[in-house]
Design a protein around this ligand. Structure first.
Ligand code: SF4
Ligand code: SF4
Length: 159
């Protein structure tokens, strides 16, 4: 059932619930609805951050997947090198994904990369939020306050 915005009222925050995060729907009596009456509409801090990043991308980058989007990539290959967490920051290592041809920085499985390599993430809010792209990557170099991975001279076997 579709709900009109006008029929949605903000409910008083309840003890034990996230403040201001529950929305109550006015309308037919219980039992007449085929959906629950109280719908949690809150987003976690991380979800709000991902939304902010998506907005920034929409306003500052070409649409994902278009030739203009693809043209931004310099082919440096740095995003295909291994990364591990150290505290809240990623470390960028000297070892690379097995599918990266390190002489040319080309992915050998590019069209099917997401199916073949589960650790390969598309460029989007998640990877930006975790700081997975190097700071000089054109997809993030103008992102305010962006902090990329710390470059370390170690391979995956050495960490
Ligand atoms: S780090 Fe950025 S510019 Fe370099 S290969 Fe990855 S997406 Fe392209
Ligand atoms: S599978 Fe992903 S991480 Fe690995 S080389 Fe290809 S694009 Fe890079």
């Amino acid at each position: 059932m579709a709900l009109k915005a006008a029929s949605i009222k903000r409910a008083k925050p309840q003890k034990g619930k996230k403040n201001g995060c529950i929305w109550k729907v006015s309308g037919p009596n219980p039992g007449e609805l085929d959906e629950p009456q109280v719908i949690p509409m809150y987003k976690t801090t991380k979800e709000r951050r991902l939304d902010e990043i998506q907005r920034w991308m929409d306003e500052n980058l070409p649409p994902s997947g278009t030739p203009e989007w693809e043209a931004l990539c310099t082919g440096c290959g740095k995003c295909c090198y291994d990364k591990v967490w150290e505290g809240d920051r990623l470390l960028l290592l000297t070892s690379a994904c097995p599918y990266l041809e390190v002489e040319t920085n080309r992915c050998r499985v590019y069209p099917e990369r997401f199916e073949i390599e589960p650790m390969c993430l598309p460029i989007g809010p998640e990877i930006i939020e975790m700081g997975g792209l190097p700071e000089d990557c054109p997809y993030v170099e103008n992102f305010p306050g962006y902090r990329g991975p710390k470059v370390v001279n170690k391979s995956l076997d050495e960490v």
